[in-house]
Design a protein around this ligand. Structure first.
Ligand code: NAP
Length: 292
């Protein structure tokens, strides 16, 4: 059994990108500048955005963090987005999700200039991804694909089950793994809360991607011997023994499932760091894709 180490792999990716930025600077090229908009005070969102800014610094990208209060109206947020769309120094940006309830997330994501949409959430970029055209791929599925590639996990002809059909994880994951390239060429089953016989479907899978947000949902009896299991879930549970006051739980019962696997990702240290690395990889692509 091989543990797919997202922490180590993401550190390698950041080091590679830092080298590319150095070379770009030496040639006198424009170094990518990433901006992030954070609305409100959600603790997890703040942690994620701060980590993205730190990653930019490590890689050598420019970064700008725009913090807006929780009471920001949709109109004010759209104005901030419009400003970034027209700011020539900003090559790409993200709007950290989730947004406060009074803001229409779809309207906001539609307002992002597709050429600066490094999260790959704009319908134009989702369409390009679906057609296999060059574009920004949503960071979590892209990070998973990159991890599979770097560990040379076999995917061709494999039966893959993705649990969860969100627009940011499950759905794009199912599309990428069914595409006509590596990692891909899987036969994909996309499961969700209305799926019947989910346990039985999982037991037949060579690859399971668990992205539902239910701690320990995937148990050993649902996993075939030799399967590859990717755990996307991150659920914060209170833990007074931790300095942070919480610990992170994945969707897979790691201790029981790992002995049956050929490959498995841990939580933390698996998909999470790869998601951050994928955002940096997308940001590196801004010059190329910003002109597409
Ligand atoms: P989401 O939008 O809440 O979607 C959850 C999906 O799981 C939905 O499609 C839902 O089905 C399905 N589901 C829920 N309960 C189920 C059940 N009992 N059986 C089968 N399917 C079930 O969540 P998300 O944004 O995709 O995130 C999923 C998890 O990944 C969360 O823990 C999140 O924190 C984590 N995450 C991690 C990263 C990372 O970097 N590691 C990034 C993003 C998200 P319906 O569609 O029928 O409701």
């Amino acid at each position: 059994m091989v543990v797919l180490d997202g922490k180590e792999t993401s550190a390698k990716i950041r080091a590679e990108l830092a080298e590319q930025v150095k070379a770009l600077k030496a040639e006198g090229g424009k170094v990518p500048h990433l901006a992030a908009i954070l609305v409100g005070e959600d603790g997890a969102s703040r942690t994620y955005v701060n980590a993205k800014v730190r990653d930019c610094e490590e890689v050598g990208f420019g970064s700008t963090l725009i913090k807006l209060p929780a009471e920001t109206t949709q109109e004010e947020l759209l104005k901030a987005i419009n400003k970034l769309n027209n700011d020539e120094d900003i090559d790409g940006y993200i709007v950290q999700l989730p947004l406060p309830k009074h803001i229409d997330e779809t309207a906001v994501l539609m307002a992002v200039d597709p050429k600066k949409d490094v999260d790959g959430f704009h319908p134009q970029n989702v369409g390009r991804m679906t057609l296999g055209l060059p574009t920004y791929i949503p960071a979590t599925p892209m990070g998973i694909v990159e991890l599979l590639r770097r560990y040379e996990v076999p995917t061709e002809g494999k039966d893959c089950v993705v649990i969860g059909r969100s627009h940011i994880v499950g759905s794009p994951m199912s599309i990428l793994l069914s595409q006509h390239n590596y990692p891909g060429n899987c036969t994909v089953t996309l499961c969700h809360s209305r799926t019947k016989n989910l346990e039985e479907i999982c037991r037949k899978a060579d690859i399971i991607v668990a992205a539902l947000g239910r701690p320990g949902f995937v148990t050993a009896d649902m996993v075939k011997e030799g399967a590859c299991v990717i755990d996307v879930g991150i659920t914060r549970v209170d833990d007074a023994t931790k300095k942070s006051g919480f610990r992170l739980l994945g969707d897979v019962d790691f201790d029981a499932v790992a002995p049956k696997c050929s490959f498995i990702t841990p939580v933390p240290g698996g998909v999470g760091p790869m998601t951050r690395a994928a955002l940096m990889m997308n940001t590196m692509k801004v010059t190329e894709l910003g002109q597409a």
